[in-house]
Design a binder for this molecule. Structure first.
Ligand SMILES: C[S@@+](CC[C@H](N)C(=O)[O-])C[C@H]1O[C@@H](n2cnc3c(N)ncnc32)[C@H](O)[C@@H]1O
Length: 190
């Protein structure tokens, strides 16, 4: 089983028709498509990416999905500025898939300082019982620091929530294997 399948299975458990969700890194739109398929026509998906082509890919991929789609061509660290204020505390799921856009400019990559700002905002926007998934890639340049800083931040700041870390065990272990971090918001205290 792939980590993406584990992520989707875990998120789908709590997603319902009509939910509001956020894809914090739209990329090619595959995660957004998964989310849109779970929330139906009365659902709302909000998305962020710093690359215009990610917004275009995702818009094309989701053209037959009936939910409300709002994609912002800006960094996820601006989430609190762009998301409608009435959605604060009402979002069911926020997905992060860090790193760079496959087959694209590898210098446009998520960075720990902005990722952590966005993760913090996500926790405020999630409802109690909502779920946050973060896929990190220690094999990408700078990805090992990003993984370490995100995990350290979660350990220090996110103590009121339930956090899991998944990484495939390999022999010999590949230190660059992707890591999935999952956070379930358990209370309004972060
Ligand atoms: C691994 S890709 C995302 C994959 C995507 N979720 C999918 O299903 O195809 C990472 C994306 O993060 C974007 N990104 C980089 N920095 C960002 C930032 N500060 N805010 C939002 N997106 C960012 C990149 O442009 C890239 O498209």
């Amino acid at each position: 089983m792939r980590l993406t399948q584990i992520t989707q299975t875990w998120l789908a458990e709590i997603l319902n028709e009509g939910d509001a969700v956020v894809d914090a890194t739209l990329g090619n739109g595959f995660d957004a498509l998964f989310l849109a398929q779970q929330i139906g026509e009365s659902g709302k998906i909000f998305g962020f990416d710093v690359q215009e082509k990610a917004i275009q890919h995702t818009t094309r991929l989701l053209k037959n999905q009936a939910c409300t789609k709002v994609f912002y061509p800006t960094g996820h660290e601006n989430m609190a500025i762009y998301l409608p204020p009435e959605t604060q505390g009402k979002i069911s799921v926020v997905m992060f898939n860090l790193g760079w856009l496959p087959s694209s400019d590898k210098s446009i990559i998520t960075k720990p300082c902005t990722t952590i700002v966005a993760l913090e905002q996500s926790l405020h926007w999630l409802k109690v019982g909502g779920r946050l998934s973060v896929m990190v890639y220690p094999g990408h340049e700078g990805g090992d620091q990003e993984a370490t800083q995100v995990i350290t931040w979660l350990e220090k700041v996110c103590t009121k929530n339930t956090i899991f870390k998944y990484q495939k065990i390999e022999v010999p272990q590949r230190p660059t294997a992707p890591i999935l971090l999952t956070v379930e918001k358990c209370s309004n205290q972060i």
